[in-house]
Design a protein around this ligand. Structure first.
Ligand code: ADP
Ligand code: ASP
Ligand code: MG
Length: 813
């Protein structure tokens, strides 16, 4: 004998029911098929009852929908000749259901008995229709109402199973019935007094387990819409995988902590008989699914699954009157038990000063009233504080039999959550050490599950979620590079880099499954209107692990939003120099926020584009070296200008050419006046540990006053023409001494300056080509021969690769 249970989705449509027929005809053993109501019907019945009781006649609409759905299923499944009997039986049942709902409507009340009777129609109708369909297909099949077999009792206000009666009913019936297949409704039963009862939401699994145990079935198969019990709910964690083999205890723990694929009470009856459970997928029957047995799980596996329960509230009983006074906790739990409230999690501070429990949000009002009433005397005297519930919480649990033999799992769990800015409200560890659970905010659940899953199951693959603002030259190159390297990063660095949000100044687009980088331009063009605040809000709301904001703009308003990101543990990578060269207090605050919120703030491309200048400096300092002097040519644009300027050209034409070839800022005066270089040496000075402002930097500008005073590009270029003689003079003087002109930035003894210098032959700067940059670090360890970083210091390609390198640094963080 086998027992197969098919859940709501598996029986939701005639096509699905046909799949079940194909599955069961493959078996040679006798089978009991337990079915749920058609998917969604139980919810509709509960809803209809609720409305009727509230004297809201819209229950009639719901009833109509239920009727149409069942009648259409009959018409789709049965040959016309068989339909009329089944249609009239179902219509008769639906009339009774209507009478029951009308009764609730007229009285304005619904009793537990009536509500159980109403919801039982879901399984009654589905099992009857399916049985008739199988018969019509020539299957040797009977229909048996589970209310005639499963008997419930009551203990402490909760429904229990009267096992003796149930078992003997089952044995008597199935030993005398001869059909190969017997179809039974799940979920529904009858009390000892003969009233309709139910086994709780998801209870069809339990019905099937009771049959399996009563009849010593070979196996209990739970057929559902996923291919087994997964390492985490596959609807929340895309990377989750089915668990091939798991112990009863682990499965029970996972289901207790919310793995809905199995209703928690299901395991007990089959465990007692040593009957294995297999979870199978109706929509993919060839998949192995999950086997649940007594045997221990495979060696070396510690965490087997992660699950969560939503809709949790915390109640804390606290107060000076709790210390050393026996019986307070006893009374607390008695009150809750009398109010029929089930406690999902308990923690007690060792000071005995407080007990904290997790319960379902649905029970909060009742629990708070009961506890405050029971402790009214102590509350009035200030011995115990009135309980105030905390809501919008959830429990996340790691489960595994072997967890008790391993140190460091909870450390890993909490540091993973901490790194992702998930605040942990309460921690509990089961005495069996089969689970470690904690209470977090409901809004963080998806992020927490995914981060934990990545940590414990994904062979170190780390997902990085990027939000890219600015897709001009640099930004679009950056996206190209990500697309090109995606596969390499996954295979070699174990980084799964996804772009979730993109914005330019006009539109923005998000896709939490990752934007396809093949056609991001088209997606962006169809996006929402761009808005920096909304962009941040969306990033924050999506609440994805390892989120990184990438700023490719040169916009101050964008740099003003970094703090919002960092405060929410979202890393920031930027090539925009404005933040780091703004007031020292602002720069310092950003660095502090990054430290406090564990979110890297990286800006390598602020100096020398993709060259590893800041990273090198950081490593020198971290390893204990001291900076004596920094000398550098940091302006690709000025280097280009002075490498091309001579007595054969004009200064004006060379600057124009530099602008046209993209080597200058849109406003070339920012480069020519030395402001851009000042910002860069300021950032290097700050990264060396010196508190400096831009106004502290000496700038011996070679530009005439008139050029510095211009307010438009046009006026600036005219002024260059007007002063050609002065520029030629600078050139001649340098050429006569056989030197080259370089715009040099220097930092020494806490002072920084920038200016044009005549560089003699043999100097490291002399042969600097094109738009290259060079930095000489003179340190205690490199006192005479400096550490040199040199190479292309401008251009969108190298800047994009510098941003890319920062993203990878965060990935390896
Ligand atoms: P049925 O209607 O077949 O009884 P349920 O909806 O009750 O199906 O249970 C199956 C669902 O359980 C899956 O679709 C999935 O969303 C959810 N689920 C939660 N946790 C897990 C898990 N760890 N493994 C598999 N499914 C899970
Ligand atoms: N139909 C019931 C429910 O939705 C029982 C079940 O499907 O297991 O809860
Ligand atoms: Mg279920």
């Amino acid at each position: 004998m086998l027992v197969l249970k098919f859940g709501g989705t598996s029986v939701a449509t005639p096509e699905n029911i046909d799949k079940i027929k194909n599955i069961i005809t493959g078996y040679t053993d006798r089978i009991i098929v337990v079915v749920s109501a058609f998917g969604g019907v139980t919810d509709q019945l509960i809803n209809a009852g609720y409305r009727a009781q509230k004297q809201d006649d819209s229950y009639k609409t719901i009833l109509k929908q239920i009727e149409t759905r069942h009648l259409e299923a009959i018409k789709a499944l049965l040959p016309v000749t068989d339909q009329s009997k089944v249609l009239s039986n179902v219509k008769r049942e639906l009339n009774v259901l209507e009478t029951l709902l009308d009764g609730a409507f007229f009285i304005g009340e619904i009793t537990k008995k009536l509500s159980d009777k109403i919801v039982s129609y879901g399984e009654l109708l589905s099992s009857y229709i399916i049985a008739e369909y199988f018969k019509s297909q020539g299957i040797d099949c009977a229909h048996k109402d589970s209310r005639e077999l499963i008997v419930t009792g009551l203990a402490n206000g909760r429904t229990t199973i009267s096992l003796e009666q149930t078992n003997s009913n089952c044995i008597n019936f199935f030993n005398t019935s001869k059909n190969k297949v017997v179809i039974c409704p799940g979920f529904i039963a009858k009390s000892e007094a003969g009233d309709p009862t139910t086994l709780g939401r998801g209870g069809s699994d339990y019905t099937a387990a009771l049959y399996a145990a009563a009849l010593n079935a070979k196996v209990l198969e739970i057929w559902t819409d996923v291919s087994g019990m997964y390492t985490a709910n596959p609807k929340m964690v895309k990377q989750a995988k089915p668990i091939a083999h798991i112990s009863y205890e682990e499965a029970m723990e996972l289901s207790h902590f919310g793995a809905k694929v199995l209703y928690p009470p299901t395991i007990q009856p089959v465990l007692a008989k040593g009957i294995s459970i297999r979870i199978k997928n109706t929509f993919s029957p060839e998949d192995d699914g999950t086997l649940i047995t007594k045997s221990k799980n495979e060696k070396g596996k510690t965490v087997r699954g992660i699950s969560h329960i939503g809709n949790i509230a915390l109640l804390s009983l606290e107060g000076p009157g709790m210390v050393g006074i026996p019986g307070v906790s006893k009374q607390f739990f008695e009150v809750l038990s009398q109010a029929n409230i089930s406690v999902v999690l308990i923690t007690q501070a060792s000071s005995e000063h407080s007990i904290c429990i997790g319960i379902s949000v649905d029970d909060v009002a009742l629990a708070v009233a009961a506890v405050n009433e029971a402790f009214a005397y102590q509350i009035e005297r200030g011995r115990i504080n009135k309980v105030v519930p905390e809501t919008s919480l959830a429990i996340v649990a790691l489960v595994g039999d072997n967890m008790k033999n391993h140190q460091g799992l909870s450390g890993k769990m909490f540091s993973t959550l901490g790194k992702n800015n998930v605040n942990i409200r309460v921690i509990a560890q089961g005495a069996s050490e089969r689970n470690i659970s904690c209470v977090i905010q409901e809004k963080d659940v998806k992020k927490a599950l995914n981060a934990l899953h990545e940590e414990f199951f994904e062979e170190n693959i780390k997902q990085l979620n990027l939000f890219v603002m600015g897709v001009g030259n640099v930004g679009s190159k950056f996206l190209d590079q990500i697309q090109q390297q995606k596969k390499y990063l996954k295979e070699n660095l174990k980084l799964n880099v996804r772009v979730i949000g993109i914005s330019n100044s006009r539109t923005m687009v998000f896709d939490d499954d990752g934007i396809s980088l093949k056609n991001w331009k088209a997606s962006l063009a169809e996006g929402l209107k761009a808005d920096k605040e909304e962009f941040f809000k969306t990033v924050n709301k999506l609440n994805l692990r390892n989120s990184i904001f990438v700023d490719n703009t040169a916009n101050k308003a964008v740099s003003d939003t970094y703090k919002d990101y960092l405060r929410n543990s979202i890393s920031v990578v930027t090539c925009n120099k404005i933040a780091c060269s703004s007031k020292y207090t602002n720069y310092h605050e950003l660095k502090e926020l990054a430290r406090v919120y564990n979110a890297p703030f990286l800006f390598e491309t602020n100096v020398g584009a993709g060259l590893p200048i800041i990273d090198t400096l950081k490593h020198l300092i971290a390893s204990g070296d001291k900076i004596q002097k920094i000398q550098a040519v940091l302006s690709g644009s000025l280097n280009f200008v002075f490498n091309n300027f001579s007595d054969k050209t004009t200064f004006h034409d060379v600057v124009k050419q530099a602008q046209e070839e993209g080597y200058t800022e849109p406003d070339p005066k920012i480069d020519l006046s030395g402001v851009d270089v000042m910002r860069k040496i300021l950032i290097l000075a700050r990264e060396s540990g010196t508190q400096l402002e831009i106004a502290d930097i000496g700038n011996n500008s070679f530009l005439p006053e008139e050029s510095l005073a211009t307010t438009s590009n046009e006026a600036f270029f005219t002024s260059l023409k007007n002063h050609e003689a002065q520029f030629q003079n600078i050139y001649r003087q340098a050429a006569e001494k056989d030197t080259k002109l370089k715009y040099v930035a220097q930092f020494e003894n806490g002072h920084a300056s920038v200016g044009l210098q005549e560089i003699p032959k043999g100097h490291d700067f002399y042969n600097l080509e094109g738009s290259d940059n060079i930095v000489l670090f003179f340190t205690d360890r490199y006192p005479k021969q400096p550490l040199i970083v040199k190479g292309a210091g401008a251009g969108s390609d190298v800047t994009a690769s510098g941003l890319f390198a920062d993203v990878i640094r965060i990935g390896n963080y």
